[in-house]
Design a protein around this ligand. Sequence first.
Ligand SMILES: [Zn+2]
Length: 394
Amino acid sequence: MPRDLGGRIHLIFKTEPCAIIQVRIRLSLYHFKHQWAMFHMLGLIRLLISLTMEPGFQWVISGYHRKFALKKIEVNELFRPKFLIYGVAMNELKKLVFISVMAAFLCSAYAKEIALTFDDAPVSSTVYFETHKRTSKLIRKLKALSVPPVIIFANPCKRDDSNSIIVQLRAYTIAGHIIGNHTCSHPRLDKVGFDSFLEDALKADEILTPLYSGQKYFRYPFLNEGTDESARNQMRDWLGRNNYRNGLVSVDNDDTIVTDKIIKAKEQGKKVDHKKVEKLFLKHILSAAEFYDKLAVKNLGYSPKHVLLLHEMDGTVLYVDSLVKELRKNGWKIISAKEAYEDPLYLKTPKNTYAGNGIIAQLDYEKTGHKPKIGYYKWDELEKDLNKLLGLAP
Ligand SMILES: [Zn+2]
């Protein structure tokens, strides 16, 4: 081994459970005067395993002149994974390959997968989009980003002309996406009771049937499955008997706030800095995804195929390309909604009636008896920041 080979070695393990393990190795000539492989390989494997089990942090191990520093850094301080190899002799290259392969193996075991779903379609026209144009915009963007088929959860009673709604929604199915039932007029089960809720769901079923093919999906408006056990059970039975899967959500969030705020700002003649709004939007969704992934691992012991709740609304449609890119940049693989729903997670029927933040939150509640403390950049902070940014009154 050349005496002067080496330099600085950084191994960075992104240790959110089931996240991709990122390894950054930087070697340079001239600085390092001894063998760089200071880590015993077995020790390194043990370290990798133990560190990957600890959620919430990243660890940076720096090796330099026989001194090693191990420090914990905040997740969002992560710098982009990068391989920088300036000069590496063959032996060293082999070791690098070995570490990379090992990391890749662990990466595959901990892959983060997520599917996109869009509720409340077709959303009416606004100052940003005429309703049909919004729909075609979303379809075009999903296609350009090669996003696998999503589910569009529709409310077909939004306009009187259900025929034109069908034509509008059919554009999604032509593009390969799936249409799901989100009831006809978006009632809250707890508010209207089982009979009226079912009637609404049936109406949607009738209108949407020509758009269905294969498995049918139903998503409760407001993710409200009912706090009345009997109503909840009756609706679950009805779904089962009618070939509907519950379109559960694993990653809850409040993307609708962003749309509400940019519309309000535009209507009030305020300047909307979309780049800045988009940044807050991304921070909100990405942190929610990471949060629910960790909560899932805590409760299930594995990282499930996630289902992300989104809405066919202005802000979401405007920023969806950046969202997809940002998710991918952060190690998420976008999968089809159908594939996500194959995860056994979505067959679970918790006994408790806490339904509002998705299945992961509900399972956590089942275990702990209290609602999980939401540990991400959540709606109230987002709302405050948006008001400030857009000059809106709280
Ligand atoms: Zn909805």
